[in-house]
Design a protein around this ligand. Structure first.
Ligand SMILES: *Cc1c(COP(=O)(O)O)cnc(C)c1O
Length: 395
């Protein structure tokens, strides 16, 4: 006799909801932010380039540009590459809204590409199929923290002068065949949102080897203006030029101080994320109807998300029911993501239709994201395993 599910009035595995992701804030973070508050610079001050240098060093890139959030980072990246009207950008169907929305902000058109069923990473064969002379860039998303197939994408892109933008929002610290994410594309963008690997509250970073592109993005984040306030002060001049149209995408010193303090612990947090992922994988190995996403042998996974695929026949329930049952047990499961081409905005303005990315659409019906963040205790991990087992065998 299996235990009565909380969904059916039984006792939940947990009395309080375990979120799917959460920041870790310690005394060093508090001290860093207080230091920035007292420094005399709240924005455009010395904490910004200091953090940029630390971030660049961490990923092994020569340049890092910090901006207001990960979405601004994507917008700046597309704009710096000159993506605009008349261009298309290949975007995997399963990603966060910003990967596609920023293509539209840049004045270009996203073309959705199907994903691999085992990893949910962009499928190079589908990208090849949808490549046209108007393709300006491929957006490679490191879904869940696993690096996109950069080698295969480069084989398609490089001979045709197509840029690769890595949306590495999930993948700080990940590697592919020994190469570090942040150095595997023309431009790589990161997010410092609280659920990501390190946080600034809100924040984003773009890394590159290209000094010119980095300068262009620094202008882009500051209205397109050629000299920022500190440079004008240093040169004792009021003069500046609007070289290109830009935005206010600046990040504050408070945010950079926080993110820099966080960066010091990212390797320890990555190790903890990997430990939790390994515990889940082991626990679900013999559980019918539950299959974690596959990890490619050359991937050093950063485990932003732990995603399982459900088999509705074996579990005798669909994803919606499993989702509700796990929430009732106190497990804050989530779904990443509804395919972008199915959203009303894209259907209305870009004519996208169901059926154009069949693998993404089929996988979307089956996926579920389990809680995963460094501060989870062993008991938290055990609660997730217990609840997944209870729900998938008890429905
Ligand atoms: C979080 C995220 C972003 C955007 O980051 P924000 O900092 O929230 O603007 C972009 N792409 C992906 C895949 C993300 O997960």
């Amino acid at each position: 006799m299996s235990e009565r599910l909380a969904l059916h009035g039984g006792t939940p595995v947990r009395s309080s909801m375990l979120p799917y992701g959460q920041q870790t804030i310690g005394p060093e973070d508090e001290a860093a932010v207080l230091g920035a508050l007292r420094s005399g610079w709240l924005t455009t001050g010395p904490a910004v380039p200091r953090f940029e240098q630390s971030f660049a060093r961490y990923v092994g890139a020569s340049e890092a540009v910090a901006v207001a959030n990960g979405t601004a980072a994507l917008h700046a990246a597309y704009a710096a590459l000159g993506i605009g009207p008349g261009d298309t950008v290949l975007v995997p169907a399963i990603t966060f809204a910003a990967t596609a929305n920023c293509v539209v902000h840049a004045g270009a058109r996203p073309v959705f590409v199907d994903v691999d069923a085992d990893t949910l990473l962009i499928d190079p064969a589908s990208a090849w199929e949808r490549l046209t002379p108007s393709t300006g860039a491929i957006a490679a998303v490191d879904f869940g923290g696993q690096p996109a197939p950069y080698g295969q994408l480069a084989e398609i892109a490089v001979p045709r002068g197509v840029h690769i933008v890595a949306d590495a929002a999930h993948a700080l610290g990940a590697t592919l065949a020994g190469g570090r994410v942040g150095t595997l594309a023309d431009l790589s963008t990161f997010s410092l949102h609280p659920v990501k690997h390190v946080t600034a509250g809100e924040g984003g970073v773009i890394t590159t080897e290209n000094v010119e592109l980095a300068e262009r993005m620094r202008r882009f984040r500051n209205h397109g203006i050629s000299r920022d306030f500190r440079a004008r002060e240093a040169e004792a001049t009021w003069e500046y030029e609007i070289a290109e149209l830009g935005w206010n995408y600046r990040i504050t010193d408070l945010q950079c101080a926080l993110a820099e303090a966080q960066l010091g612990r990212v390797d320890a947090w990555l190790a903890r994320r990997r430990e939790i992922a390994a515990a889940y994988t082991l626990a679900f190995a013999d559980l019918p109807g539950v299959t974690p996403l596959a990890v490619r042998p050359d991937a050093g996974h950063a485990w932003h998300l732990y995603v399982i695929r459900l088999d509705a026949e074996l579990i005798r329930a669909d994803r919606r029911t499993v989702f509700r049952a796990l929430r009732a047990e106190g497990i804050g499961v989530n779904v990443h993501y509804m395919p972008i081409h199915l959203h009303p905005y894209y259907r209305k303005h870009f004519g996208t239709v169901p059926g154009e990315c069949p693998v993404a659409e089929a996988m979307y019906e089956r996926i579920l994201t389990l809680p995963l963040f460094p501060a989870m205790s062993e008991a938290d991990v055990q609660d997730v395993v217990t609840a997944v087992r209870k729900v998938t065998t008890g429905l």
